[in-house]
Ligand binder design. Structure first.
Ligand SMILES: [Zn+2]
Length: 306
């Protein structure tokens, strides 16, 4: 159906509606569904979408249903171009991009999916790696495949949520490889692989952006990084967890021997008795207050405060 045919159908549709010929109305809707290759421009110019759209609330269920169905079909075809004026859609007349397939798949949808790296699970639009940064060929800078692979992984691990320029990230990744290579005796051996893997796990840890930032802004240099121990590399959260476990173990060990003095200064929260043994310890840095570990000598309840 061209514009003229659609306009004629529209006139006929209006007439059928006005004269209450519901079967004819449905007939025309069916014809429109078959005959119209919907584009935004076509629906807009003929205003046939509006005409059919009005019939969605028609008092005849059959007419309303037919109208709803057709509007639904048309909307699916047209919506992508309308809703998402992506650069590619803007470059071509918006109607054309939807016509050829006649299907609802937008041309831009598959594109954005590959760009967003949905598999990584990180915030979709931000994820960077050697491909998105266009440095895939630049990481192939060594004679060794393993080293190149490590540089690539190191780049991806450093870059994915960071905004540093890609040259800086590449430089860091290469420097880390170089330092590690030198450290393990200038050969790609098991130690190189193991340590690079360990480093990578910490570098790409989503909860450890501070480490990535420190490496990229130079406050942790590559030569220091390759010598750092796992607990130094870990995120604050992991460090905190480890510290808590350590404290708790110490707590258990010390209260087991029960060497603390008994006092009535503290009241047990559980049994409300005031027969509490306690001891104090420096659990964190020296400039922080002591932690007091308490054990109720009546019910065995334990707590601590600082
Ligand atoms: Zn108690």
């Amino acid at each position: 159906m061209d514009v003229k045919a659609i306009n004629e159908a529209k006139t006929a549709l209006q007439k059928a509606v006005d004269t209450g010929k519901n079967e004819e109305v449905i007939d025309i809707i069916v014809q429109l569904k078959k005959g119209v290759k919907p584009t935004e421009a076509l629906l807009r110019d003929t205003r046939i979408g509006v005409a059919v759209g009005k019939l969605r609330t028609h008092k005849s269920d059959a007419v309303a249903r037919a109208a709803k169905e057709l509007v639904g079909v048309w909307r699916n075809v047209v919506k992508p171009a309308e809703a998402k004026p992506s650069p590619s859609a803007a470059a071509t007349p918006s109607g054309k991009s939807a016509t050829p397939s006649g299907k609802s798949a937008t041309p831009s949808a598959p594109m954005s999916k590959t760009n967003s790296q949905a598999t990584t699970g990180a915030s979709p639009s931000m994820v960077r790696n050697v491909e998105t940064d266009g440095v895939a060929s630049k990481v192939m800078c060594r004679d060794d495949r393993t080293r190149n692979q490590c540089i690539k992984l190191m780049y991806d691990g450093l870059a994915f949520d960071q905004s540093a320029p890609s040259e800086i990230i590449l430089k860091c990744a290469m420097k880390i490889d170089e330092e590690m290579y030198n450290l393990v005796g200038k050969e790609v051996n098991k130690t190189y692989r193991d340590r690079m893997r360990g480093l990578l796990l910490n570098l790409k840890d989503k909860k450890n952006p501070a480490l990535r930032e420190a490496v990229l802004n130079g406050s942790i240099k590559a030569d220091r990084l390759v010598n750092m121990k796992p607990d130094e590399l870990a995120s604050e959260e992991k460090k905190h967890e480890a510290q808590k476990i350590k404290e708790h173990n110490l707590f258990l060990a010390q209260s087991a021997t029960n060497t603390g003095a008994v006092t009535d200064l503290f009241q047990c929260g559980k049994c409300k008795e005031r027969k509490v043994s306690y001891y104090q310890m420096q659990t964190r840095s020296a400039d922080e207050p002591m932690t007091t570990f308490c054990t109720c000598t009546v019910c065995g309840n334990r707590w601590k405060f600082s």
